[in-house]
Design a protein around this ligand. Sequence first.
Ligand code: ATP
Ligand code: MG
Length: 659
Amino acid sequence: MSHHLNAPQREAVRYLDGPLLVLAGAGSGKTRVITQKIAYLIEECKIAPSHIAAITFTNKAAKEMAERVGKLIKGPTEGLTVSTFHALGAKILRQEARHLHLKPSFSILDASDTAQLFQEMLKDADKARVRMIQNRISLWKNALVGPEEAAQVAADDLEAGAARVYAEYERTLRAYQAVDFDDLIRLPVNLFAERDDVGGRWRSRLWHLLVDECQDTNRCQYRLMQLLTGPRAAFTAVGDDDQSIYAWRGADIENLKALRDDYPNLKVIKLEQNYRSVQRVLKAANALIAHNPKLFEKKLWSEHGHGEMIRVTACRDGEHEAEWVIARLQAHKFENRTKFSDYAILYRGNFQAKAFEQQLRAHKIPYVLSGGQSFFDRSEIKDLTSYLRLLANQDDDPAFIRAVTTPKRGIGGTTLEALGQAAGRRHQSLFAAAFAPGVENEVKAAQLAAVREFCQFINRMEWRAQKEPAGQVLEDLLRAIGYEAWLFEAHDPREAETKWGNVRDFVQWLSVKGAEENKNLVELSQTVALISMLDKNEGEQDAVQLATLHAAKGLEFPHVFLVGIEEGVLPHRESVELGKVEEERRLMYVGITRAQRSLNVTYCERRKQGREIVTREPSRFIVEMGEDIQRSGQGEAPAVTKDEGRAKLAAFRALLAKT
Ligand code: ATP
Ligand code: MG
């Protein structure tokens, strides 16, 4: 295997004397070092897979890494952990739940569940304020600041208010036997810090920890890494400070520096050869990032050829941009006999995807969208997962409310309010309150009967879910609640058709996953919650990739279109106002360095904004990419491409005729 590694990569793979940081630019083989090191530990060092854990940034990356490792080594990899920090946290919480007064079948609330919770707690506040408070609390959680401490450190009235909400929010979560995404990391960290024996058990189990994309870890994740590895510090972290793009979610580049301070014996290995991109792409990326102050000195070079010219194209407006990109893509595909899956269209914000989706559909070009509204966020899937969650944890009130009212079964707002008050007085969940002594006096008899019938149904299903395959139980559950019929009553036929198709896909997916990984419904419901957080699994197919720059991290594509590269979009207007242009520049750097062979950059001269048409300026980042760029102006571009396409077609036919 070692012949696929250069000297510093090999050194990184074999280094086991202490903590190791591989610090290197994009495409230099950091992720490859991790996969190869896992194989090395298992095959050469004979370490059992169950003693090794690797952390990736997304579930998709985890899946890809597990597959690669599977191909690299001959023996079994059973017991190997390859997951996100959040999934690892969930695993720890499941096993240590009793120390935290949680049941192992706790619920994981996703972003929209928690947003709703906050809206309920802050009845009169507008959306912006709710979001601000929610963000504040999330940042506190990620900085390991609890509600009491938050109250002490609150800098102004807004923060003091947020600290009070924080305390109430925590009580509510615990009452629901639920945790949010931040808790998945924070609770294990607190537990390990308080109970050395519990942390010790995990440390003795884990012989080596590998962390990819460590520039985007937040304080809390960093702490978890420390607590999991202890004083022995057997870890390999890889990262690139120039690709830190999650500060808005609490990620902290300082963690890279902290590693040096916290581990005086930290070995640092730098990789300088880029294996991904042609030289033009690399040169543009280097030139751009040179405009940021350097944290660590890095050089990148490549043995690949110069590659095609980087093209920057000015388009009239958003529509024209989408037309141009799709026309160029088709012509390029034809010329180079590539596949659709060789192309990626990357953008700053999800709102930009629509125009491209329309064009792709109009030309019947298959595409996959990632980083957008996830499959798991669709209302029909959330309906179903609320049932799953309820089967796992009857105290999950948000799931209870959604399930009991979908489909409608004569239980409405008034009933739920009365039940909610009864539950509040008794400090119980809605489910438990329905059977509490004396509740007959608080909720009307007919309605209470309906609620109880629902609860008994859930009980019966839960009982079955413990023994029978997940897929079968779900099928029966859907039939029993008449979900398909309800979908067709409540929506127009085409919409209902799509939704029902999604439900079928979901049930199918759960059945397979349940069987493959031998998971029961409880574990599956937690798996689903985690997947919905960052990404979904896409099938492998020949399709153009549409993704946000954030979702494209760590990936590579032969041909990349970076679209909407305008002032106000990238760099984003808010970031410019807040003086956070450096992070936006890193985002552009991530975008450029996804390209292996060719790069196209586009921007619009005008764009629709609501009802207005506003003029736009090309992003400052375009100039910062240097001189070795071919610019084409507005208007001429599509015509040129078509003619070019036709000329190429003619040439190609002539060539065919000759041979
Ligand atoms: P990023 O910073 O974008 O995450 P990275 O540093 O993780 O990039 P990889 O994705 O590991 O880089 O590698 C980039 C590409 O180079 C991959 O296609 C990988 O297979 C290839 N590669 C890495 N090292 C070598 C090598 N020694 N020989 C040949 N190809 C290599
Ligand atoms: Mg990588």
